[in-house]
Design a protein around this ligand. Structure first.
Ligand code: 5GP
Length: 194
C-alpha cells in the first residue's frame, strides 16, 4: 500500500533491535484517515472470505481492526493482556512473548465473544516473529472458530512470522512489507517489483 509506505518513510524511525517506531500514526497518535484506508484495504482483500468477526490484541491492533470491522460490517474483539490469569473459566487464553517488551503476557478474550460459528479475520499492527498471531490462533482453536485469514499493517518479512502463518495454511495480507533496515533507511518488497 503506497500511502502507508510513504508514511513509514516520512515518519518511521528505526530503533536498535530491528524495531520500527511509528508512534505518530499507528502506535500512540493515530491517523484516522490512514487507518480508514488500511481498514478498507483489509476489507477488500477479505471481502469474499465470509468473515463474521475481526480479532486483534490490545492496544495497537485496535485502530486498524476497528476500521476493518467498519468496512466489513462485523464486530471487532480485542484480546486483553494480563500478567497472569487466575480466573479463567469464562476466558480463552494464550501466552504471548512480546517482541518489543521482551516479556511474556497472557492474552484472553471472554468466551461469549467467540465461538464455533465464527469465521475470524486476525489483524495486528506488526508481524515480526509471529508470537502475537500464534496466540490468536490458539484462542481461535480453543473456541473452535475458523480462521479466514491474517491482516497485518507492517510485516518485517526477514523475521519468522511469515513462515508461522504459512505453516498454518491461512491467507496472509500485509499492507507494507519491510525487507530490511539499512541504518535508518527502510526497504520494502515493492521496491524490487517497481
Ligand atoms: P510478533 O509477535 O510477530 O513477534 O511481534 C508482533 C508484535 O510485536 C506486534 O503486535 C507489535 O506490537 C510488536 N512489534 C514487533 N515488531 C515491531 C516493530 O518493529 N515496531 C513496533 N512498533 N512494534 C513491533
Amino acid at each position: 500500500m503506497r500511502e502507508l509506505e510513504e508514511r513509514i518513510l516520512k515518519d518511521g524511525r528505526v530503533l536498535p533491535g530491528e524495531v520500527l517506531k511509528v508512534d505518530n500514526f499507528l502506535n500512540h497518535q493515530v491517523d484516522p484517515d490512514l487507518m480508514f484506508s488500511i481498514g478498507t484495504a483489509f476489507a477488500h482483500a477479505f471481502r469474499d472470505a465470509g468473515v463474521t468477526k475481526v480479532l486483534t490484541v490490545e492496544s495497537s491492533g485496535i485502530a486498524p481492526a476497528v476500521m476493518a470491522g467498519l468496512a466489513l460490517h462485523v464486530p471487532v474483539v480485542f484480546a486483553r493482556k494480563h500478567k497472569s490469569v487466575t480466573l479463567i473459566d469464562d476466558l480463552y487464553t494464550a501466552e504471548v512473548y512480546s517482541y518489543t517488551k521482551k516479556t511474556s503476557n497472557h492474552i484472553s478474550i471472554a468466551k461469549k465473544f467467540l465461538g464455533a460459528d465464527d469465521k475470524v479475520l486476525l489483524i495486528d499492527d506488526f508481524l515480526a516473529n509471529g508470537q502475537a498471531v500464534q496466540g490468536l490462533f490458539e484462542i481461535c482453536d480453543q473456541a473452535k472458530a475458523e480462521i479466514a485469514g491474517v491482516g497485518i499493517v507492517i510485516e518485517k518479512v526477514f523475521q519468522t512470522g511469515h513462515e508461522l502463518v504459512a505453516d498454518r495454511g491461512v491467507k496472509l495480507v500485509s499492507l507494507a512489507q519491510i525487507t530490511s533496515f539499512d541504518g535508518d533507511r527502510v526497504h520494502f518488497a515493492s521496491e524490487t517489483t517497481k
